[in-house]
Design a binder for this molecule. Structure first.
Ligand code: ATR
Length: 283
């Protein structure tokens, strides 16, 4: 036991998901454990959907510091923890659980933090209020991204989704600065935009490219995609060929892991070129 925390000196964490074998999180966290000389391990926790209500409350008894939560558990896990931080409650999903000193579980969502940091990696002077932002998609990833952009001071977020009702519901829930637009308007919704974000599944490995004409997009616009397989989606390739700065989804994945590692192991780790190379080699 560590006298300071009352926790076992060997730190355990993992990722609960189904399927989970493809997760890159063990490579990320085990790299940092080794780099920072923290004795511990980060393991895969394959938890079938019906097993979550038994598996999650078992974390503390098993001596875990916490875990990440991934598909399909991100929403259901919220009801199974004792406390949910304010940002995660607004997102409506948790991706990180921290076992508190008293053994209770607290849920967080670091996806929005990861997204913003990935933009700052590419453009250290990036500002959310530099101009209108267009976000494509209104699923779980969009909720985290849109809230983070609004919290950073975005003045206008045009939310465009294939199913308009979902974008409209999200705009009504979150309020200004979010405006929902019909899918047919996605091409013209790029006029005057400073940042374009794809949070749909289109362009992911095995999916068709996103059907989007970039003609109206100002050349100074930053173009980002939350997808990281492939690293360069057809959207990012088209944007790069037009001369835009682009940001792929790997930075979001790497950066969302940093506050989780800090909460479990007490060190805020960095996203280094070495870590990027290690994870890129697995894609
Ligand atoms: P995630 O949690 O990764 O955001 P999700 O909640 O399943 O995943 O959301 C997927 C997003 O991709 C949704 O915005 C979805 O649009 P709908 O709300 O209309 O379903 C979008 N999407 C999926 N297939 C699409 C397609 N063929 N064209 C456009 N958008 C698509």
């Amino acid at each position: 036991m560590s006298q300071a925390t009352g926790q076992p000196a060997f730190g355990l964490a993992g990722v609960m998901g189904w399927p989970v074998a493809h997760s890159r999180s063990p490579k990320i966290h085990n790299h940092w454990l080794e780099k920072h000389g923290v004795p511990g391990a980060y393991v895969l926790l394959p938890v079938a959907p019906g097993a979550l209500p038994v598996a999650l409350p078992g974390l503390a008894a098993l001596g875990f510091r916490g875990c990440n939560i991934t598909i399909p558990h991100k929403v259901d896990a919220m009801a199974l923890v004792h406390a949910v931080d304010a940002n995660a409650r607004r997102v409506g999903a948790i991706n990180t659980v921290v076992v508190q000193a008293d053994g209770s579980l607290k849920g967080f969502n670091n996806d929005g933090f990861g997204y913003i940091q990935s933009l700052l990696d590419r453009e250290p002077g990036w500002r959310a209020d530099a101009g209108p932002i267009t976000v494509l998609g209104a699923g779980g990833a969009a909720r985290a991204v849109v809230l983070a952009l609004a919290d950073r001071g975005a003045k206008e977020i045009r939310l465009v989704n294939r199913t308009f009702e979902k974008a409209d519901a999200l705009a009504k829930e979150f309020g200004a600065p979010i405006k929902a637009l019909p899918w047919a308007e996605r091409h013209v919704a790029l006029a005057d935009v400073a940042l374009l974000v794809n949070t749909t599944s289109q362009g992911m490995h095995g999916q068709p490219p996103l059907d989007l004409a970039l003609d109206a997009l100002p050349l100074r616009a930053l173009v980002s995609d939350v997808i990281y397989v492939p690293l360069e989606t057809p959207l990012l390739a088209a944007a790069r060929q037009r001369g835009h700065a682009t940001v792929n989804g790997l930075g979001m994945l790497l950066h969302q892991a940093r506050p989780a590692f800090q909460a479990w192991f007490g060190v805020l780790p960095e996203v280094t070129p070495e870590l990027r190379r290690i994870i890129e080699a697995t894609l």
